[in-house]
Design a protein around this ligand. Structure first.
Ligand SMILES: C[S@@+](CC[C@H](N)C(=O)[O-])C[C@H]1O[C@@H](n2cnc3c(N)ncnc32)[C@H](O)[C@@H]1O
Length: 202
């Protein structure tokens, strides 16, 4: 989907993925050191706003202006502040050693852009900084309950772990779970989940 198509989706009434955080983020966010967290493809902001309510300084990036406006509105409603940046993640520059946490929830990019972004995430974390990811795996095509319909946009655990080389993988799993996160993510799903940390150099 193009940025215009995402704007059209987010112009519908309500929140496409709800206003509650993603289940995996909610269960795993305590792995993120307190500090600055970069949210990749944060859409309407349910995940970034949640982390802001937990005391993190949040920067949300997405290429949908409508999504980021709704993210700011949600932050105001919840009484927190987030920074939003409108940009194409295929071209986004991540400053090295800048972030305590980087979070990627259902951020599905074409392979070359994804590989480049994951490499930049490894560089962009501070020592002990943590990367959290949940995304649909290729098996999701069988379920048809959300996510891209193109195999090249879906992720494999091995490829993604390889793209994150340089980080210590603390959790890497492919599972099936019930995802009920808004009307576009609804039902039994195949996902990968990763927690990876930039460990101290020895
Ligand atoms: C399925 S939504 C997930 C939104 C959010 N992470 C959540 O879980 O609610 C995917 C998001 O990726 C964003 N996106 C897709 N390709 C992008 C790109 N090249 N640059 C920036 N954002 C992109 C879309 O605008 C959309 O907000």
């Amino acid at each position: 989907m193009s940025a215009e198509e995402w704007n059209a989706r987010y112009s519908e009434s309500g929140f496409a993925y709800g206003t509650e955080p993603n289940d995996f983020l909610k269960s795993a966010f305590r792995n993120l050191p307190k500090g600055d967290v970069l949210m990749l493809a944060d859409g309407e902001g349910r995940n970034g706003v949640f982390l802001a309510t937990q005391g993190y300084r949040v920067t949300s990036v997405d290429w949908s202006s409508v999504g980021l406006e709704k993210a700011q509105a949600l932050a105001r409603e919840r009484g927190v502040q987030i920074t939003t940046k409108l940009c194409d993640l295929a071209e986004f520059r991540i400053e090295p050693c800048r972030w305590d946490g980087i979070v990627s929830i259902f951020c599905h990019l074409p392979k070359p852009a994804r590989q480049r972004l994951h490499w930049a995430c490894v560089q962009g974390l501070k020592q002990d900084g943590t990367f959290l990811l949940e995304a649909y795996s290729r098996k999701q095509l069988r379920f048809g309950t959300g996510g891209p319909k193109r195999e090249d946009l879906l992720m494999s655990l091995d490829e993604t772990a390889e793209e994150l080389r340089g980080l210590t993988i603390e959790l890497a799993q492919e599972i099936e779970r019930d995802v009920f996160e808004g009307k576009y993510h609804a039902g039994r799903s195949a996902v990968i989940q990763i927690i990876a940390r930039k460990s101290q150099r020895r």
